[in-house]
Write a protein that binds this ligand. Structure first.
Ligand code: ZN
Ligand code: ZN
Length: 360
């Protein structure tokens, strides 16, 4: 990523200081620090003023911060927060924006007590997250690569599926293939669910072993160079019954209808409605237990959420998932999930893996 990209992101934030009535902003969320500076260490605070920027970290990251961050940094002994009050005083900061969703009560109490009446702490919500919704060209390339890695790992892992394999074993195989393919880590805990267990949308892998004539659901994603991907596919061991074929067809229709609805200017709930109303025509909307999708990027779940009541408007450059499902207790669940890019005219499905029901 070009270093200037980080500086541009910080400038965009600073340009909103007047609106938020602040004269500096303390970024405590590590993922937001990464987004604004390139620094990936596990200890960091970023102080953004309109004319200066300072990144604080500890001695373990002295080398890494020089290599990664594009802005001035300082190595702090002990807690990064301890250094803040003196800097606020030196910079004459009267109104300090803080990340309301991230700063702990304890750190807030410390900063309030130590900086005294000279500096007011002003909670700001979702500022960096708002910037992060629309991805730059370089971020889109990273997401594309994470998506490809996930599909490659899936193709390798499904060759290992045979009756008797345990959910946990298959999940471990998937994770291994993602790491071997170059992932930083799985983007979330890999879901592998066999048979009726797949009727739980967020099933945790167990010691259950795969039987013949049952469904299996895999929801997996890799994080690569910080960026996430997300995919769900369903397979069946042996020839699927007409009931299962119907369930699969309905979810696939629903996913295609939702994809068809994705374009700039459309509200998130309209995409959700497209998925839900298609399932209704199959009489299955009551079995759809979650929202249609979510944004993804540095986090696996980030705004916008594509749910029933979500009023966010889609914009070109957003990376989202489309993942309707239907879950029938006793029988099993089907979910089909792709990672998708909102483009100027519609969307591009980034996930290359086929959506035909896989028969093993
Ligand atoms: Zn998923
Ligand atoms: Zn997802």
């Amino acid at each position: 990523m070009a270093a200037t990209e980080f500086a541009q992101r910080r400038e965009r934030l600073c340009s909103q200081f007047a609106e938020w009535k602040i004269d500096a902003f303390l970024v405590s969320s590590l993922v937001n620090v990464r987004y604004l500076t390139g620094f990936t260490g596990s200890s960091a605070l970023l102080l953004l003023g309109p004319r200066r920027t300072l990144l604080l970290t500890d001695g373990r990251y002295a080398t890494q911060v020089r290599q990664e961050a594009d802005c001035p940094s300082r190595i702090i002994r002990g807690s990064n927060y301890k250094a803040i009050p003196a800097i606020l005083k030196r910079w004459r900061i009267r109104y300090l924006g803080i990340e309301a969703a991230d700063l702990t009560v304890e750190s807030h109490m410390y900063l309030a007590a130590e900086s005294g009446p000279a500096t007011a702490l002003i909670p700001v919500s979702g500022a960096v997250e708002h910037l992060r919704r629309v991805k730059s060209a370089s971020e889109i390339e990273l997401i594309r690569a994470a998506v490809q890695l996930t599909s490659d790992a899936f193709a390798k892992a499904i060759r290992r599926i045979k009756p008797g394999i345990r959910e946990k074993e298959l999940a471990a195989e998937i994770d291994f293939q993602m790491l071997r393919g170059g992932a930083d880590k799985p983007a979330f805990e890999t879901i592998v669910a066999f048979g009726s267990h797949s009727a739980l949308p967020h099933a945790r892998p167990t010691a259950n072993s795969l039987q013949s004539n049952e469904l299996l659901l895999i929801d997996m994603g890799s994080q690569r160079q910080g960026y996430a991907s997300d995919m769900t596919r369903v397979a069946h061991v042996g020839a699927p019954s007409p009931k299962i074929r119907r369930l699969y067809r309905a979810v696939l229709d629903s996913q295609l209808a939702a994809l068809d609805a994705v374009r700039p200017g459309v509200t998130a709930h309209a995409v959700d409605r497209a998925a839900r109303s298609t399932l209704r025509t199959h009489g299955l909307d009551k079995l759809f237990l979650h929202s249609t999708g979510h944004g993804l990027g540095l986090y696996i779940h980030e705004p916008p959420r594509l749910g029933r009541k979500e009023t966010a408007v889609l914009e070109a450059g957003m990376a989202i998932t489309i993942e309707p499902g239907a879950y029938q207790e006793g029988l099993g669940g089907v979910r089909i999930e792709d990672t998708v890019l909102v483009t100027a005219t519609g969307c591009e499905v980034l996930t290359p893996t086929s959506k035909e029901l896989i028969v093993l």
